[in-house]
Structure formats: structure tokens, C-alpha cells
Design a protein around this ligand. Structure first.
Ligand code: ADP
Ligand code: MG
Length: 275
């Protein structure tokens, strides 16, 4: 574990670089603690992440933003328990993450739906492996379909759905097991701009009504400013935290609002800046 005074970016605005919300940042939600990752598959080793430390408080909405190749997906996979870190650890609710867990709902950019299952069956899928009693599963599926507005499509197959609808199914499925954390990697990257803004609004509604902790990865700065309480801005080579920006703008946020534009400029500047 790194000391508190060796802040590589020196910009978190407090003496303690652990995310700017206190020394135990994320212990009730997600704590990313000194995470490093080196890919070494025989050729040149790639240092994808170096000493990444931040927290996400329980119930908080945090976006992770950075240029392509800065290690966002690597970090997402480490947090999800799909890839091992080379250094450091991730804790969820204080417990180290050692593999995939139903405490996290994971949504990828690609929809990852089962084409041979209906919408309803896709949403129910994770429940078969969960400790939700069989008697409660149907009601839980209904609740999730209602939450994402897909009640009328329960018997449809994924191939007949638009990209936005598929991603709603993926969100409903990930929430069905009632995870502590919703972890998303560029989930709206494959849909058109208009659908994307609609999905952003819907996700905020879901977040507000469920009180889930959300960690949302995107390379779209405006998307991050629309959604997040705080934005973890990453820099590349090696992937690291450049700064954590608090988004002090009331929701719903309007892109035309000067405060919105100020935050977008600030984050863009951080991403573009060499250090
Ligand atoms: P991002 O999601 O921010 O675009 P990635 O996490 O995908 O970044 O990649 C970070 C760095 O790690 C890049 O240099 C990428 O080429 C490298 N990388 C990612 N996955 C692997 C892998 N499985 N093996 C080797 N290098 C990888
Ligand atoms: Mg990525």
C-alpha cells in the first residue's frame, strides 16, 4: 500500500489522495487500492495500470473517463473480478474481490444477451444462480422489466430489439440479482446519440430509484458530466488517475448550462494535458 504523501498527480485537493472523500473512501462501496497491472505475454510488457487508487461511496455515481488505451477496460475487468491485478487490490463493501460475484451487476459495451432466450428469460438468467427464492423470481423479473420499460417486450428475442432496448435488457438482467454495485463499461457506446441521451436519463432514474452504487466507464466526457457525482479522470502510459473531479451541477443537467460546459472543458483539459 502506498503512503499518503506520494500523490503522483498531486491534484486531488486534499492531503489524502484516496479519492478526496476521506481516508476510508469506498470502504462501504468500492475501494480501488494501489491497483497496478502489467500485461506480459512474452513480447514487450505493457504497464496498463499503475498505482490506481480511488473509492466509490455506497450509493454514489462515479464515472471513469480517459483516452483510449489508458486502461479503463483493464480496470473494469479487475474490479469485476474477471482479471487479476498485478499489484494492489479492489474491495467491495470492505471485502477483497477475488473473482466474479453476484454483488456486482456487470454491463459490457456489447450486449452479451443470449439470443436463444426471450427478454424475460434473459433477465431471469442470473436469478437461477442466485439465492433469490424461486417463489420471488417471477416478481423480481416483472419489477426489472417495468424499471427499464420493457414490460411489453418480455416474449421478444434479442434479434428483434434495437440496440437501446438490448442494453435495457442487459441493465435489467444485471440489476435482477439486486447487486450492491452496477459496473458498466461504455454501455451506450454502440447506440446512436439520441438513444444514448435517453438511456442516460433512464439510468439516472434507475440509480435514483434503486440507490445502487454505480461505476460507469466512458471515453465520452459529456456523458460523464451528465451522469456522475464525481469523475475519475485517467491518463495513459501508464494508466493512472490524473485527477478526481467533483461535478457540482444540479440534476437534471443541461448541456447548455455554463457550469456543464465548464466541467466538460476542465475534464477535456486534464485528458489532453501532458504531465
Ligand atoms: P481502454 O479501455 O482505456 O481503451 P484497455 O484497458 O483496453 O484500455 O488497454 C490498456 C492497455 O493495455 C493498452 O495498451 C492495451 O493495448 C493493453 N492491453 C489490454 N488488454 C491486453 C491484453 N489482454 N494483453 C496485452 N495487452 C493488453
Ligand atoms: Mg475499453
Amino acid at each position: 500500500m502506498a503512503g499518503v504523501n506520494d500523490d503522483p498527480a498531486g491534484q486531488t485537493g486534499t492531503d489524502d489522495r484516496r479519492g478526496g472523500t476521506g481516508a476510508v473512501t469506498g470502504e462501504s462501496g468500492v475501494a480501488v487500492d494501489g491497483v497496478g497491472k502489467t500485461y506480459d505475454d512474452g513480447g514487450d510488457a505493457v504497464r496498463a495500470l499503475d498505482d490506481v487508487t480511488f473509492g466509490v461511496e455506497s450509493g454514489e455515481f462515479v464515472c471513469l473517463v480517459g483516452p483510449s488505451g489508458c486502461g479503463k477496460t483493464t480496470l473494469f475487468r479487475i474490479i469485476a473480478g474477471l482479471t487479476d491485478a498485478t499489484d494492489g487490490e479492489v474491495r467491495l463493501g470492505g471485502t477483497p474481490v477475488t473473482g466474479p460475484t453476484t454483488d456486482m451487476g456487470v454491463v459490457f459495451q456489447e450486449y452479451h444477451l443470449f439470443p436463444w432466450l426471450t427478454v424475460e428469460e434473459n433477465v431471469a438468467f442470473g436469478l437461477d444462480r442466485s439465492d433469490v427464492p424461486a417463489s420471488e423470481r417471477a416478481a423480481r423479473v416483472d419489477e426489472m422489466l417495468d424499471l427499464v420499460g420493457l414490460d411489453g417486450f418480455r416474449d421478444s428475442y434479442p434479434k428483434s430489439l434495437s440496440g437501446g432496448m438490448k442494453q435495457r435488457v442487459a441493465i435489467a438482467r444485471s440489476l435482477a440479482v439486486d447487486p450492491e454495485l452496477l459496473l458498466m463499461d461504455e454501455p451506450f457506446g454502440a447506440v446512436d446519440a439520441q438513444t444514448r441521451e435517453m438511456l442516460q436519463r433512464e439510468l439516472l432514474d434507475v440509480w435514483e430509484s434503486t440507490g445502487k452504487t454505480v461505476l460507469f466507464v466512458t471515453h465520452d466526457v459529456a456523458e460523464a458530466v451528465t451522469l456522475a457525482d464525481r469523475i475519475v479522470v485517467m491518463a495513459a502510459e501508464p494508466g493512472r488517475v490524473a485527477e478526481i473531479v467533483e461535478v457540482d451541477v444540479d440534476r437534471p443537467r443541461e448541456r447548455g448550462d455554463p457550469a456543464f460546459g465548464d466541467h466538460v472543458s476542465r475534464v477535456r483539459e486534464l485528458i489532453g494535458a501532458d504531465r
